[in-house]
Design a protein around this ligand. Structure first.
Ligand code: G6P
Length: 487
């Protein structure tokens, strides 16, 4: 099918959350807010005239209004998927099933339960993925490259290939991929459906080889005879497609692109006036002469904020000499609050913070400073002054905070890093590495980080910053695009 639109696009990106969102102002006009993140800066690298289009979901009333009025940015097409279909696909399947499987978040004696409600939501996931596939099929020029993002859109590559076999289709996962035994919890037909969807791509890519390997093992483990994977040493790994037991000649390549931090942007942004202002306010809040342990996360189950607080509490017990001399600055920004389990987790983070502050705090010292209102400028200010950064997720595709802190840090910062974060592959050598479940081990790591000699800390920070910026967003994006076009 040729493009039905005049302006057919050469490069298309598809993701649930797009680069811009809208709010309806009191006077009825629309206010646009541009988001940040690797993909946004990556896509800008190919320039505004390159014929790129970003297809995303309308996520708010403001977004839906923008679609209705036909307003919106050039280069962005928002899909107004019915709110109930989107809620089932996004909250129900993407965030409560696929996110949980890839991050191993289920409390397995009681969860998961794949029942009629799950099946109903799965239908919405199919509908939602089909809406993307159809929009992409309409907008893409002959032979153009389509980069589909993340677990929200696993079925799009397969659906799009059926509509437009001429396209080069890539899928990129920003999350971990589940280990085989965990993936096998999904109903068998759903495992097959997910793999059929993903393997509709010419290339599937991940943030580290750990997740790429897990994906390939899951593909091998699915009980169908329509593909076979190859594990050549030194050559690209592929999954070859079969028909009647014979190779069709079509293959899905498996690749890895470790998204790095954007040094240029971070250096400039972290010295702007609003960051300076917040830096002064934070210094005041912390108090002179105190060390600072910083964490910045969405309030996300996989980020392990609660065990981080428990480790800090144990540090104050095991090393009372730190009392009054250290502050834990924890930024836990709201996320996925439509889900009860996220709301409960947020409540627990607040409760434990209050408990620590009332047990150890004194007239002049608040042991934990918790902020829950999203503020990027304040995050950058915290990165600048941190003595220690705590990044202890139980599982994480990459974790960009671990990469941003060493770039922004004013005087060097010791990094306490979970070995289960994708960033561990690149930063592990110069971080203090922890098992995220081991609270005692994390408390020890915090002590080690706080007592690291300043020269060593500065040296390590330099090396961490170099490793963290090895593949900046623009290059990360172009590398994927070239690899997809090359085949
Ligand atoms: C992860 C996912 C992204 C997602 C982000 C924020 O990093 O990989 O695709 O956009 O979380 O989650 P949200 O549900 O707010 O889009």
């Amino acid at each position: 099918m040729a493009s039905t639109h005049g302006a057919a696009h050469q490069v298309l990106v598809a993701s649930n959350r797009g680069p811009v969102s809208y709010e309806v102002r009191e006077d009825g006009s629309l206010a646009a807010r541009r988001g940040g993140g690797g993909l946004v800066s990556g896509l800008s690298a190919i320039g505004p005239d390159a014929g790129a289009l970003w297809v995303c979901s309308a996520l708010s009333d403001g977004d839906r209004e923008a679609v209705r009025r036909g307003e919106g940015e050039a280069g962005v097409r928002m899909l107004d998927i019915p709110a109930d279909v989107h809620a089932d696909a996004y909250n129900g399947i993407a965030n409560s099933v696929l996110w949980f499987v890839h991050h191993m978040l289920y409390q397995t004696p009681l969860e998961p339960v794949f029942d009629a409600e799950f099946r109903r939501q799965w239908e919405s996931y199919e509908t939602y993925n089909r809406a993307f596939a159809q929009a992409l099929a309409e907008e893409a020029a002959e032979g153009s490259a389509v980069l589909v993002q993340d677990y929200h859109l696993c079925l799009v590559p397969g659906m799009l290939r059926e509509l437009r076999p001429d396209l080069r289709i890539g899928h990129f996962s920003h999350t971990p991929w589940a280990p085989e035994d965990y993936f096998r919890m999904l109903p068998d037909d759903i495992q097959v459906r997910l793999m059929e969807g993903m393997l509709g791509a010419d290339r599937v890519a991940f943030l580290t080889w750990r997740w790429a390997t897990a994906f390939q093992k899951c593909a091998d483990g699915v009980d169908v005879d329509r593909w076979v994977s190859t594990w050549p040493s030194g050559a690209p790994r592929t999954i070859e497609h079969l028909r009647d037991g014979r190779r069709t000649g079509r293959e899905t390549l498996i690749g890895v692109h470790g998204l790095g931090a954007d040094a240029e942007f971070l250096h400039a942004r972290s010295h702007e006036a609003d960051v300076e202002e917040r830096l002064a306010a934070l210094r005041e809040e912390i108090g002179a002469g105190r060390k600072t342990i910083v964490r910045v996360d969405r309030t996300e189950l996989s980020k392990n904020i609660v065990r981080g607080l428990l480790a800090y509490r144990q540090l104050l017990d095991d090393h009372p000499e730190w009392r009054e001399r250290v502050v834990h600055v924890a930024f836990a920004y709201p996320s996925r609050q439509d889900l009860a389990v996220y709301r409960d987790y947020t409540t627990e983070v607040r409760r434990l913070t209050e408990e620590i502050n009332s047990r150890y705090g004194t007239a002049g010292w608040t042991p934990v400073v918790l902020h829950v209102k999203d503020d990027f400028a304040r995050s950058l200010a915290a990165y600048r002054l941190a003595d220690v950064a705590l990044v202890n997720p139980i599982r994480d595709g990459m974790n960009l905070v671990a990469k941003e802190v060493p770039v922004v840090s004013d005087e060097g910062c010791a990094l306490v890093l979970s070995r289960e974060a994708g960033a561990f592959q690149e930063l592990g050598k110069d971080a203090i590495v922890v098992n995220p479940y081991d609270v005692t081990g994390t408390a020890r790591a915090l002590h080690e980080a706080l007592t690291m000699p300043v020269e060593e800390r500065a040296e390590r920070t330099k090396r961490l910053a170099a490793a963290a910026t090895a593949l900046p967003p623009a290059q990360w994006f172009l590398e994927q695009l070239e690899a997809l076009r090359r085949g």
